[in-house]
Ligand binder design. Structure first.
Ligand code: PMP
Length: 305
């Protein structure tokens, strides 16, 4: 990924992709205090547009606030940086990665005295859990790793260090031949995937864990809550147990990278008919209509680049 043509926005400037480097004594590299976003731009009839840019940028600033980091740019400047990288790399659609980190002025656990940096990169990225998974559904395993407790590294911040847990869970599941991991909270209730929020459908009602189970407040999750309402579906946010997933009619993951990915199996237990469910498919289609600019009701969620 590092050796290619293109531009990366770094601390206010577009620099050549290969020159976007940091020092090995970077504080965040040693202690993991940093925050990032994952954003997608889609091709629409009116041109390339970033989906829910404002909400992603706001979450980045919220993550930084939780980490007591002061991003030295305005929300508007960070929005503009994301549009600029899509344009500078000539992307019609793609994934955008803003990241804020602490510099290399000083090491030691206290980050005080370090500069806060920000970079934004973008590249083409297809279906995160595979095209096949989008149609047929993926196979998921309940992880032996627990999702962060709400009073450990803070679960509403999309922090760099939180992802060590996601990496361990994902590697364990994929080494066992599954596509993705599902993490439970410290009380044993369903929290979320390694990089996705979870939904289930039972008797026509849509359920998702409430945020007290420590899941990230996903922007795609929020989008799906809007879609479900538009489709006239009842949505309940509540505590969910893993066996409720086993006996659900349908299940799916949501995320900026994963979009809306059906789940056909959990822990080798087939969910419903073992394929993408009809409600999941309706939600998936509505999602792609919105992100590709085919639903005027949500035109305000699309920022042209
Ligand atoms: N949970 C985790 C742990 C994630 O990494 C992500 C992806 N950002 C999500 C949920 C989904 O969030 P969003 O829909 O905002 O991408």
């Amino acid at each position: 990924l590092h050796d290619r043509d293109g531009k990366i926005w770094m601390d206010g400037e577009l620099v050549d992709w290969r020159d976007a480097k940091i020092h090995v004594l970077t504080h965040t590299l040693h202690y993991g205090c940093g925050a990032f976003e994952g954003v997608r731009a889609y091709r629409t009839e009116r041109g390339t547009a970033i989906f829910r840019l404002q909400e992603h940028t706001q979450r980045l600033f919220n993550s930084a606030k939780i980490l007591r980091m002061q991003i030295p740019f305005s929300v508007e400047e960070v929005n503009e940086a994301q549009r600029a990288v899509i344009r500078a790399n000539g992307l019609e659609s793609g994934y955008i990665r803003p990241l804020t980190w602490l510099g290399s002025e000083k090491l030691g656990v206290s980050p005080k005295g370090n500069r806060v940096h920000l970079m934004v990169a973008a590249w083409a990225w297809g279906a995160y859990l595979g095209e096949e998974g989008m149609k047929r559904g993926i196979r998921v395993k309940t992880s032996s790793y627990t999702r962060h407790h709400v009073n450990i590294t803070m679960t509403q911040a999309k922090t760099v260090s939180n992802y060590t847990n996601s990496i361990l869970a994902n590697m364990e599941a994929t080494d066992d031949g599954y596509d993705e991991a599902l993490l439970l909270d410290t009380a044993g209730f369903v929290s979320e995937g390694a990089g996705e929020n979870l939904f289930i459908v039972k008797d026509g009602v849509v359920y998702t864990p409430d945020l007290s189970a420590g899941a990230l407040n996903g922007i795609t999750r929020n989008t799906v809550l809007h879609i479900a309402k538009d489709l006239g579906l009842e949505v309940v946010q509540k505590r969910i147990t893993r066996d409720e997933i086993y006996i659900a009619d349908e299940a799916f993951f949501t995320g900026t990278a994963a979009e809306v990915t059906p789940i056909r199996e959990l822990d080798r237990v087939q969910i419903g008919a073992g394929q993408r469910g009809p409600i999941t498919e309706r939600i998936q289609n509505a999602f792609f209509d919105i992100v590709n600019g085919r639903n005027p009701k949500y035109a305000h969620w699309l920022t042209l680049v």
